[in-house]
Write a protein that binds this ligand. Structure first.
Ligand code: MRU
Length: 354
């Protein structure tokens, strides 16, 4: 199913159509806008691993739909085959990518729903799991809107806002986290302009963030990652807003590789560094950033892009996909429950106390 860019105005990263999950193929944006169709958990896991869908909340939503698809696929099976097949579906989805905790959060929630339905028929369980996946996706948009409202208040009219990677509608079920804050500020009448880091090596900033902003006529300027310091030193950036894949109990923030560099620069230049962070991205089981699993991806992502290889064959490569920004560099977390200035163990624990 192909669509032209002009038809892509309302970005629906994931959609349920004709009994199947469809996801925008984010690997080929912005050159092509097309949906791929998914029929079972293993296919969805591969879609997550290969980055058809990416961004922490979107990965969580995709995983929830992966469980629902697997349950629906097995709805005619015996109880034993259903249980074993669904369990295998959970395992394959959990192994798709390691860093974004939203994946594991969504799987835990789907497992909880499954366990609460043990006395029902497999058909009833499958239907209920689909409803749960729909609710996870719908809730994600509501949460992003709430974060947007809280975060928009932090941005002054006329602010020039740097962001890294893509934490937009494409990274969520809609509206976005970091870009959701920007969208909400624009909706509130503020004149915001965006500076998008290109985000080597997967180019989420150049390919996805710039595309989302251009679609909505929100002023956006694309820079390569190594230009951020220069612009900050010239007074051309007023605030940084990024998303996150996992926040540890002490407030350390894992996000796309290069985020730490931006945070250090922001501190050097006295620029506020905000992290848009749904509560589902906070992992209280991880004491600090050192314990967050960091995905290492293929060398080919660094030695070239698509069909073009620019580095010498055989060169040794490192490709950590995420880094950790220490909590002390974070001006505030923007959550759906409100803004948490200077996050630390105590104020993060307080978020979950009620
Ligand atoms: O490797 P990706 O593209 O999945 O990484 C995405 C990010 O790092 C985002 O900033 C993060 O998931 C927050 S998305 C709302």
């Amino acid at each position: 199913m192909n669509q032209t860019l002009g038809e892509a105005a309302a970005v629906q990263t994931l959609r349920w159509l004709d009994g199947h999950l469809e996801m925008i193929d984010q690997r080929v944006l912005p050159a092509r806008f097309e949906y791929l169709r998914y029929h079972c958990a293993a296919e969805v896991a591969e879609g997550i691993r290969s980055m058809v869908v990416r961004g922490a909340p979107a990965i969580g939503c995709a995983a929830a739909y992966g469980v629902a698809l697997e349950a629906l696929r097995l709805r005619q099976a015996s109880r034993d085959r259903f249980d074993a097949g669904l369990e295998a579906g959970f395992q394959v989805l959990a192994a798709s990518r390691p860093t974004a905790v939203n994946l594991f959060w969504a799987l835990k929630r789907m497992r909880g729903a499954w366990e609460s339905l043990r006395d029902r028929t497999v058909g009833e369980i499958a239907n209920a799991l689909l409803l749960e996946a729909h609710e996870i996706a719908a809730q994600d948009v509501r949460i992003n809107r709430a974060m947007g409202a809280h975060g928009a208040a932090l941005l002054a009219d006329g602010a020039r806002v740097l962001t890294h990677c893509n934490a937009g509608a494409l990274a969520t079920a809609g509206h976005g986290t970091a870009l959701g804050v920007i969208r909400s500020a624009v909706e509130a009448g503020k004149r915001i302009s965006v500076i998008a880091d290109e985000t080597r090596p997967f180019l989420q900033g150049a390919r996805l963030t710039a595309w989302e902003m251009v679609q909505e006529n929100i002023p956006v300027t694309l820079i390569t990652d190594n230009m951020a310091g220069h612009l900050m030193s010239r007074g051309e950036i007023d605030a940084v807003v990024v998303g996150t894949d996992r926040v540890a109990a002490n407030g350390d923030v894992a996000n796309k590789i290069g985020t730490y560099m931006v945070a250090v620069l922001a501190q050097r230049h006295g620029i506020p560094f905000y992290v848009a962070c749904p509560l589902s991205t906070i992992d209280l089981t991880i004491p600090d950033g050192a314990a967050i699993p960091i995905e290492e991806r293929a060398a080919a992502e660094v030695t070239g892009f698509r069909d073009c290889q620019w580095a010498a064959s055989g060169v040794r490569v490192r490709n950590p996909a995420f880094d950790v920004t220490p909590a002390e560099l974070v001006t505030a977390l923007i959550t759906e429950a409100g803004v948490v200035p200077q996050p630390d163990s105590q104020n993060i624990a307080a978020l979950f106390a009620t």
